[in-house]
Design a protein around this ligand. Structure first.
Ligand SMILES: Cc1cc2nc3c(=O)[nH]c(=O)nc-3n(C[C@H](O)[C@H](O)[C@H](O)COP(=O)(O)OP(=O)(O)OC[C@H]3O[C@@H](n4cnc5c(N)ncnc54)[C@H](O)[C@@H]3O)c2cc1C
Length: 520
């Protein structure tokens, strides 16, 4: 861990931070999940600085991934088929070029992960064991020990990062805003450390890899740290954002009062687990012909409806998994047992939970945002790969594919030292206000939305804005709610009770309307 430089000044009263020209690192990587760490490793031996708010490997969705990483690795599969499934899942808004690109690059990136020591499951013959997941037309999800893919991938990456001398690390600090020079070029970030001090860190290139926004919702599967910080920072800096209303709700968060909610992976329904209400009725067939194997958003809405009607929802794995639970799904098993639910004998109470943010900061084919000097990678980006509904196990894939592409671009570029720069310091919500916001997000911007609820949510955002102007969580939540209100149709993860039909497929772009150019 390194200390902070002392050549810059914090003007606490003015809520502005200045940084002199010049940079101490080549590439500043904000976030230490799969996107951030894979990028840092691919950039070696270029000097990178990685910012991790928590001890390395913690508080990243990547480490919690249960299913695995999708790639067309089977000889009977093809990138074209993988891309077609990705386009079909995205409800009309996937960019087919990007779908093809991630599918084409996928197998090579899996080989990279194997080389880094990720112990993907093998068949008795030694080939990679590939699972079939909903909406994939072929088995193509590389997994580790059942539901431990994310942990195994991150363990391997953390070990590799720790053994790479070109990667410097700051733990225990968060980025709060982007430094920009007089021309708007991004020159690094301002960090807030655990004691509340703000310090600028300049870099020749900056990459936002801060993950998703599930933590803006009361019920989520994401780490609490996932509060859409990159969206807020990029918006304030004038970057183009897209499709922020598209949030994927996982149907089966385990409803045991934990925050965040542990996840009961979709693979359980793939194995034959069924959904019942408190009366014991298997209700999915009432909602969709594919019953338990219906698309994620359909299952989430069915569970939501049963719960709203007071009937509750439970996942019954007793027959489908039974005694194999501890071996086949150790993460889910551990989460249930911690709440005295033995899934071999008991039904698991479930509720939909905010899980994945399809929208984000607009990225081109090479991970460039619309701001000079700023790359974006992983869940905080909007590459066009996921449209309105992400295909399961495509997000780990997108993170590694784009990290490699960003590294290839930056490795061959001459990275100029940044000019003098500055940034504003946003305020922060109190814990109580954040909780209020999260409750309102789940209530009004959740699985089922309407204009009345979204308007109420935006009223609350305005109230909180007076209390904590520019708080990143508030900005991100407001942008999601505004996007949801503006999209007067239902599509993919976005369902409007008052506009249940699907309209014309159109992306929805947004940028700060009154963004002022920073003049240091
Ligand atoms: C429970 C669960 C299961 C999942 N299962 C799968 C699966 O099987 N397959 C699949 O493809 N996808 C899955 N996903 C989605 C997938 O895990 C994520 O989309 C992906 O890991 C995102 O990677 P990332 O690097 O962009 O973000 P993350 O892994 O979340 O990393 C973000 C990093 O940024 C840090 N950070 C956040 N804010 C700041 C800030 N302001 N300053 C500095 N750092 C910051 C975080 O602490 C973290 O280190 C799952 C998600 C969850 C939550």
């Amino acid at each position: 861990m390194t200390g902070f430089p002392d050549r810059a000044m914090f003007e606490g009263a003015a809520h502005r931070v200045h940084a002199e020209a010049g940079a101490s690192v080549d590439v500043l990587i904000v976030g230490a999940g799969l996107a951030g760490l894979f990028l840092a490793l691919k950039l070696a031996p270029r000097h990178c600085l990685v910012i991790s708010p928590s001890p390395l490997g913690q508080a990243a969705s990547s480490a919690w991934a249960q299913g695995g990483l999708a790639a067309a690795l089977d000889p009977l599969d093809s990138p074209a088929q993988h891309a077609a499934d990705t386009v079909a899942a995205g409800a009309g808004l996937v960019d087919p070029v990007i779908a093809r690109l991630i599918a084409e690059d996928g197998p090579a990136r899996v080989r990279d992960l194997l080389a880094l020591g990720v112990p993907f499951d093998r068949t008795p013959e030694g080939a990679l064991a590939l699972s079939l997941e909903a909406a994939h037309s072929h088995p193509r999800v590389a997994r580790v020990s059942g539901d431990l893919a994310g942990k195994a991938i991150m363990d391997a990456l953390v070990a590799a990062v720790q053994a790479t001398p070109s990667i410097e690390l700051i733990e225990g600090a968060r980025a709060v805003s982007l430094l920009q020079d007089a021309n708007g070029r991004v020159a690094g970030v301002v960090l807030r450390d655990a004691s509340g001090h703000f310090t600028p860190r300049t870099a020749r290139a900056t990459a936002l890899c801060t993950g998703g926004s599930g933590g803006l919702f009361k019920v989520t599967t994401n780490p609490r740290e996932a509060q859409g910080d990159a969206i807020a920072m990029a918006y304030e800096a004038g970057a183009l954002l897209a499709d922020l209303e598209f949030v994927q709700f996982h149907p089966t968060g385990i409803d045991i009062g934990r925050d965040p909610a542990p996840l009961a992976t979709e693979a359980l329904r793939g194995e034959g687990a069924t959904l019942h209400n408190a009366d014991g009725r298997a209700f999915m067939a009432d909602y969709h012909p594919l019953a338990e194997l219906a698309p994620r958003d359909e299952v989430a809405r069915a569970i939501h409806a049963e719960r709203m009607a007071g009937r509750g929802a439970f996942l019954d794995c007793r027959k489908a998994v039974g005694d194999h639970f501890p071996d086949h799904f150790p993460t889910v098993f551990g989460a249930c047992m911690s709440a005295n639910i033995d899934p071999r004998r008991d039904r698991i109470p479930v509720a939909p939970a905010a899980h994945y943010h399809m929208g984000g900061i607009v990225s081109d084919l090479w991970g460039r945002s619309t701001l000079a000097g700023l790359s974006v990678c992983g869940e905080c980006s909007s590459t066009g790969a996921h449209g309105a509904n992400r295909l399961a196990s495509n997000s780990l894939l997108e993170a590694v594919v784009f990290a490699e592409r960003i590294s290839r671009r930056l490795m061959s570029a001459t990275l100029d030292a940044p000019a003098a720069s500055q940034a504003s310091i946003p305020s922060a919500l109190t814990d109580q206000s954040l909780l209020k916001l999260r409750e309102a997000m789940s209530a009004h911007c959740g699985v089922v939305r309407d204009a009345a609820g979204l308007t109420k949510l935006l009223d609350l955002c305005r109230q909180l804005e007076a209390e904590a102007p520019g708080a990143p969580a508030l900005t991100a939540a407001r942008l999601v709610a505004e996007g949801a209100l503006a999209r007067a149709e239902s599509r993919g993860g976005h369902f409007r009770r008052d506009y249940p039909d699907t309209g014309k497929p159109q992306r929805q772009f947004i940028a700060h309307p009154f963004r002022e150019r920073v003049t240091p």
